[in-house]
Design a protein around this ligand. Structure first.
Ligand SMILES: Cc1ncc(C[n+]2csc(CCOP(=O)(O)OP(=O)(O)O)c2C)c(N)n1
Ligand SMILES: [Mg+2]
Length: 296
C-alpha cells in the first residue's frame, strides 16, 4: 500500500517499526494526498490499527464471503482423503495425526517427494510452529540432517518427516543422532518406491520404471544404531505409535509402511495428464516393458 506520493512507503514496514515517527515522516511527504485520514497521526501502533480497521472491514467481509465456503469445502475434501482405507497406512491420515499431536511450538522438517504433498496438505500448522522444507532446490535427504541441526539449536520438539528414498540418501546421519543423543523424532513414510517419480512418469503416459526401492528394515537399522524405534503397517496403530514416539525423551524412529498407490492428486487435472495416466495404466496392465529394460 502506498501512502506517500513522492516516496511510496510500505504499510507493513511502518507498523512493524516506530509507527508515530514513520507516519509523521510520511506526512511531510504527502502534501498532495487527498486522503485526510492519513493526517490523523496516531502515536501507537494499536491506535493506528484501530483507526484503519473500519476502512478495511468491507473488504474483509467480501473476502470472507468468497473464500470461507471454499476453505470449508477444501477441509471436507481433506478429511475424506484422511479417512480413506488402503491395504497399508494412509499417508494422509498419518500426516494429520502427527499434526494433531505435535507440540504447538514444534519444528517440522519435511523431505522431498510425495511426502511433501502429504505434509503440505494434511499437516495443519499452528501459529507457533516452524515448518522447514528444501523449498528452493527440493533436495531429497535434507530432513534428517536438517532435523539434527534444528534439534541441536533449540529445546523445541523437532520432527523429521521423510520418505524411504529420502532417508536412504542420508541414513548414515543416524550415527550423528546417536553420537550426540539428539532427541530428534524421525517418521519415515516407507512405500518402497520413489512414488513421486512413479506418478510423474505415469501422467506422461509412461509405465512406472526404475522407481522400486530395495530398503533395509529401517526400524531394525535404527535399533542397530542404538536408537529407539517402532514399525507399523496399519491405520489402527497410528495413534498409539505417534504417542509413543512423542513421549520418548531421546531419539526415536517411527517406520510406517504406507500404501504406494495413494495418489497425490494435483489441484487441477489437465486432459493430457488424465490421458497419460490412462495410457500408462493400460501399459502396466498388459505388462508392457520399456525397451531400455529389455536391453539390460
Ligand atoms: C537429491 C535429489 N535427487 C532426486 C530428486 C528427484 N526426486 C524428487 S521426489 C523423488 C522421489 C522421492 O521418494 P521418497 O523419498 O521415497 O518419497 P515418496 O515420493 O515415495 O513419498 C525424487 C527421486 C530430488 N528432488 N533430489
Ligand atoms: Mg517412497
Amino acid at each position: 500500500m502506498n501512502i506517500a506520493v513522492r516516496h511510496p512507503i510500505n504499510l507493513r514496514y511502518i507498523i512493524e517499526t516506530d509507527v508515530s515517527k514513520k507516519i509523521r515522516l510520511c506526512g511531510c511527504r504527502t502534501s498532495h494526498c487527498t486522503d485526510q485520514a492519513l493526517f490523523a497521526f496516531p502515536t501507537e501502533s494499536h491506535t493506528f490499527l484501530s483507526s484503519i480497521i473500519g476502512r478495511v472491514s468491507h473488504k474483509r467481509e467480501k473476502f470472507a464471503a468468497q473464500f470461507v465456503p471454499e476453505i470449508k469445502s477444501w477441509n471436507r475434501e481433506l478429511q475424506e482423503l484422511e479417512s480413506g482405507n488402503y491395504k497399508f497406512i494412509n499417508p494422509a491420515k498419518l500426516a494429520r495425526v502427527i499434526s494433531e499431536k505435535a507440540n504447538p511450538n514444534a519444528v517440522i522438517v519435511g523431505d522431498t517427494g510425495n511426502i511433501t504433498v502429504w505434509l503440505a496438505r494434511h499437516f495443519r500448522a499452528k501459529g507457533g510452529q516452524r515448518f522447514l522444507f528444501s523449498g528452493g532446490l527440493a533436495s531429497m535427504g535434507c530432513s534428517l540432517p536438517g532435523g539434527i541441526g534444528a534439534s541441536l539449536s533449540t529445546d523445541r520438539q523437532v520432527i523429521s518427516v521423510v520418505g524411504d528414498g529420502g532417508l536412504a540418501m542420508t541414513i548414515m546421519e543416524l550415527a550423528t543422532v546417536k553420537k550426540y543423543n539428539v532427541p530428534l523424532k524421525i517418521v519415515v513414510f516407507n512405500n518402497s518406491k520413489l512414488a513421486m517419480i512413479k506418478f510423474e512418469q505415469e501422467v506422461m503416459g509412461y509405465p512406472q520404471w526404475g522407481v522400486d526401492l530395495i530398503n533395509p528394515d529401517f526400524s531394525t537399522l535404527a535399533s542397530a544404531y542404538g536408537i529407539e524405534a517402532l514399525k507399523i503397517d496399519s491405520n489402527m496403530e497410528i495413534q498409539e505409535a505417534v504417542d509413543a514416539m512423542l513421549k520418548s525423551n531421546g531419539p526415536f524412529l517411527l517406520e510406517a509402511i504406507v500404501d504406494p498407490n495413494v495418489k497425490p492428486m494435483p489441484p487441477k487435472i489437465s486432459l493430457e495428464q488424465a490421458e497419460g495416466y490412462l495410457i500408462a495404466s493400460l501399459k502396466e496392465r498388459i505388462g508392457y516393458k520399456p525397451e531400455i529394460e529389455l536391453n539390460q
